[in-house]
Design a protein around this ligand. Structure first.
Ligand code: C2G
Length: 128
């Protein structure tokens, strides 16, 4: 049983998110998403449209996602990898190199971002 772990805010869910989650799940058998809390989003200088509980409900309804846990700070990843016996850590390649320190604990894979879609693009386009 291979456990995969990824992190994110996943606000205003779109097909770029789904492409990431689909490919992440294909790497193993059990996919955990560590979902940024509203408080942590403030530290990320992100303001999500949907609150944590709403974003969690949406993620839990996705067939690729097996478990959603809170992401509360930048420093919990090693502890999470150990706690959930993670085999593969996955992020979009906008984060390339940023989490290579985790390779001491698990495989680290950066997947290509889906072009031309983002939560901020959606917000901008809706204002037009
Ligand atoms: N993503 C993607 N393609 C897009 C947009 C997003 O592959 N067009 C991926 C991102 O690379 C990320 C995931 O979808 O792996 C979630 O995106 P965000 O919610 O924007 O995640 P982010 O705010 O970057 O949070 O500790 C890590 C952070 O919590 C990452």
């Amino acid at each position: 049983m291979k456990t995969v772990l990824t992190y994110g805010t996943y606000d205003l869910l779109h097909y770029g998110h789904i492409n990431l989650l689909k490919r992440a799940k294909e790497l193993g058998d059990f996919l955990i998403v560590a979902l940024s809390t509203d408080e942590f989003n403030l530290l990320k200088h992100k303001e999500a449209y949907h609150k944590y509980d709403e974003r969690k409900l949406i993620l839990e309804s996705i067939k690729y996602v097996d478990l959603v846990i809170p992401e509360e700070n930048w420093d919990q990843k090693i502890e999470d990898v150990k706690k959930y016996k993670v085999d593969i850590f996955v992020m979009g390649d906008d984060w390339r190199d940023k989490f290579d320190f985790l390779s001491d604990y698990c495989q680290v894979i950066y997947l290509s971002r889906t072009p031309d879609i983002s939560t901020s693009k959606i917000k901008t386009d809706l204002k037009k």
